[in-house]
Design a protein around this ligand. Structure first.
Ligand code: NDP
Length: 327
């Protein structure tokens, strides 16, 4: 097929995303062509589709930052037709035509073989958000933190990064405190392994430079005042893995937690991670992510529901992770 279904974002006459058709001749440079079977909806996809933040830097664009699929053709010896593959990040859906399409042409070095433990749908249930949660857990471990040091806090707990982080950390034996603005999701979070639920309002307003020490570690996908308050309540020589900005990109904090308690702020980026670190993260997901919990936190939608789901995720109305069946 030279024509294929895709979501097209244009910026003239006004920024807009719509279901459309692309021609293979419009695909960008790359040495591997993939037939996409599944994708997912991440927060960043919501920003791209709605145009709420300048995520898209090339027009027309096909949004979608990650996919699972099967190699259709390859001029790179590392991949051959029929190989099952996964791709997260590398500018997909931002600078390079992305995942909400039946086809993609990409660079071989961006692709990771689909881990044998996961189906393509499960790999996208994990998706960028879940793989980022795993990178955050690895960063806390690299810092030397273990469950014996005290509880771990997860903010934005009912979201994509948050729900996978809760699941992974609980399996590893951490006492997980889940912060959420959705009290109705308390049971869901407990099923994933949260030991305590706190109201995100406790953390989201302007706070003091230091508060009572409450947690040894944290995974924060919220930023802004929340991250400042999380740092201010982190125990001596604890660490916070910062990966998101659902509340805001600002960080209205003081240096007090760093210089008086030796707290560390660990930055997490999923987009440009080298392949070796990606493979290590997928291997740990295969070991530590309980498939029953993954299923419990996943909802599946059709290709024609992506645009409406993009709006829902920005409104904080998506629970856990969403798999898109591209078909
Ligand atoms: P989701 O929308 O699924 O989750 C975000 C969660 O944050 C929401 O579910 C909600 O949790 C909470 N939240 C939303 N708005 C606010 C607010 N105003 N104040 C406080 N909490 C809020 O998104 P994802 O999990 O896909 O992504 C989370 C963040 O991580 C995003 O900012 C995203 O851009 C970032 N990210 C970064 C990556 C990286 O490479 N660094 C990779 C992937 C994601 P609840 O309802 O439980 O309160």
């Amino acid at each position: 097929m030279s024509k294929f279904k895709a979501i097209r974002i244009v910026k003239e006459p006004a920024y807009a995303a719509s279901y459309s058709e692309f021609d293979e001749s419009e695909l960008m440079d790359g040495d591997v062509t993939v037939r996409i079977s599944h994708s997912t909806v991440n927060y960043k996809d919501g920003l791209a589709i709605t145009g709420k933040s300048p995520v898209v830097r090339r027009f027309p664009m096909i949004p979608g930052v990650d996919f699972a699929g099967v190699v259709e053709s390859s001029s790179n010896p590392e991949f051959k037709p029929g190989d099952a593959v996964v791709l997260n990040g590398w500018g997909l859906g931002e600078t390079h035509l992305g995942a909400y399409a039946q086809k993609a042409r990409v660079k071989a070095e961006w692709l990771v073989p689909l881990p044998k433990e996961f189906s393509p749908a499960q790999a996208m249930a994990i998706g960028t958000a879940g793989y980022t949660a795993q990178l955050a857990v690895l960063a806390l471990e690299k810092h030397g933190l273990t469950p014996e040091r005290g509880p771990v806090l997860v903010t934005g707990a009912a979201g994509g990064v948050g729900s996978v982080a809760v699941s992974l950390l609980a399996t590893l034996g951490w006492h997980v405190i889940a912060s959420t603005g959705r009290p109705e999701e308390a049971e869901f979070l407990k099923k994933l392994g949260a030991a305590e639920i706190i109201d995100r309002a406790e953390l989201s307003g302007p706070g003091r430079p230091l508060w009572k020490e409450r947690w040894a570690a944290a995974v924060d996908s919220v930023g802004s005042h929340t991250l400042a308050n999380v740092l201010a309540q982190t125990k001596y020589e604890g660490a916070v893995a910062a990966c998101g900005l659902a509340q805001g990109m600002d960080l209205p904090a003081t240096v007090a937690p760093f210089i008086l308690r030796g707290v560390s702020l660990l930055g997490i980026d999923s987009v440009m991670q080298p392949k070796a670190k990606r493979l290590a993260a997928w291997a740990r997901l295969a070991r530590d992510l309980d498939p029953a919990k993954l299923e419990a936190l996943t909802t599946t939608i059709g290709f024609d529901q992506v645009i409406e789901t993009a709006e829902k995720i920005l409104a904080g109305k998506v629970r856990g992770r969403v798999v898109v069946e591209i078909g």
